[in-house]
Design a protein around this ligand. Structure first.
Ligand SMILES: NC(=O)c1ccc[n+]([C@@H]2O[C@H](COP(=O)([O-])OP(=O)(O)OC[C@H]3O[C@@H](n4cnc5c(N)ncnc54)[C@H](OP(=O)(O)O)[C@@H]3O)[C@@H](O)[C@H]2O)c1
Length: 339
């Protein structure tokens, strides 16, 4: 089997899982190079990995570059993403910088793999909450056509990155010891609290950047901008795995049993739905799983063809690193690497 020269840019929460999952999923890696802002050695699962400073020439000879650096003008994707493409490398980017760029396919392999066919070397991974919500919804959309989506997210601190994981840990310990809570990442304590802001508030709409991303990305991935989407994104004191409450209205009727049967067959989705026996998706169970867990499937009695459901998925795996690797796997399997 052909093997590939692979590069991971950024070695924080997502980059680290990227390295783990490349190994765990047996991705055909010929060589692995890790790039970040500073040179050092990182230890992952006991193995030392040299980290080099990211710069354009590092991409020469690379087949795939998985970008997991921070977003924005100084971030890796904006400064180096297209430089890597120019050097013949396929970039799969975890950040938001180019998700809505018309040149860039926005892909969840179980939902819209065909979007990869005409790629121009740069592919974007959707936002973690969008991926986790759409994994069950896309299957139901195929059967009954989604018209309106109301979603409330319960997002783990790992979604903010490594520093936020350390902040929840430090605040929890300080709380138990009766000491003042150390605070650097979030504007409020996250331990024993909820923060109804994920991202920031940039415009006058009152929506956070995460909420805007969920609508736009849903439209791009499902290829239907007429779906009405309203979300409320909330950061919760959970270390890993996002949970999402969903109310969905469809064009055609779809009973909870029909939805359960469709979801039971959907790739990448596991139905966990026996509430009377206390069986439902929870972040502790979703963490470290490839599949998105879905349950609490019931009728939404407030609209004619409505369903309510609850899902939980690993935001670092399916919401980021795993989805990115699955994109590369599809490209390898279908021979869609070269453009
Ligand atoms: N965490 C999630 O659940 C999640 C989900 C979906 C998407 N994402 C996206 O994935 C990306 C990474 O997130 P994360 O949570 O892993 O962040 P993180 O823990 O803060 O790590 C960021 C990494 O990026 C590196 N970096 C930053 N600017 C760079 C540059 N200009 N050149 C090279 N490397 C650079 C940093 O290098 P140093 O270590 O040298 O400082 C660090 O290793 C972000 O775009 C994020 O929005 C995250």
């Amino acid at each position: 089997m052909k093997q590939y020269n692979v590069c991971v840019v950024g070695i924080g929460a997502v980059g680290t899982e990227m390295v783990r999952l490349l190994k765990r999923r047996n991705f055909p890696v010929k060589s692995l190079v890790i790039l970040a802002r500073s040179e050092r050695t990182e230890t992952i699962d006991g193995d030392p990995y040299p980290v080099k400073v990211a710069q354009p020439d590092a991409f020469t000879g690379m087949d795939f570059a998985f970008f997991a650096g921070t977003e924005g003008a100084k971030g890796a994707s904006q400064t180096l993403g297209w430089e890597a493409v120019k050097r013949g490398c396929v970039v799969i980017d975890n950040g938001d910088d180019f998700r809505m760029d018309p040149r860039v396919p926005l892909v969840v392999p179980e939902i819209n793999p065909e979007a990869l066919k005409e790629h121009q070397g740069f592919i974007a991974n959707p936002n973690c909450s969008t991926i986790i919500a759409l994994m069950p919804l896309a299957e139901l959309h195929k059967a009954a056509r989604l018209r309106r989506l109301i979603a409330s997210t319960y997002q783990a601190v790992s979604g903010t990155g490594g520093a936020a994981i350390r902040e929840l840990d430090a605040q929890t310990r300080a709380w138990v010891a009766g000491q003042p809570l150390p605070r650097e990442v979030y504007p409020h304590p996250i331990a024993f609290n909820l923060i109804p802001c994920v991202g920031s508030f940039k415009d006058e709409s009152g929506e956070s950047t995460e909420e805007v991303k969920m609508r736009r990305e849903t439209h791009k991935i499902l290829g239907d901008a007429s779906i009405r989407v309203s979300t409320t994104c909330v950061r919760v004191p959970v270390f890993n795995a996002h949970s999402i409450s969903i109310n969905a209205e469809f064009e055609k009727p779809l009973s909870p049993d029909e939805a359960r049967a469709l979801l039971a067959k959907a790739p990448g989705v596991t139905v966990v739905d026996d509430p009377k026996q206390a069986v439902y998706p929870m972040p502790l169970d979703a963490s470290g799983k490839y599949d998105v867990l879905v349950g609490r499937i019931r009728r939404d009695p407030t609209v004619e063809n409505g369903l309510a459901l609850w899902c939980a998925g690993d935001n670092i795996w399916k919401g980021a690193a795993q989805n990115a690797i699955q994109i590369a796997e599809v490209m390898v399997q279908r021979g869609w690497i070269r453009r």
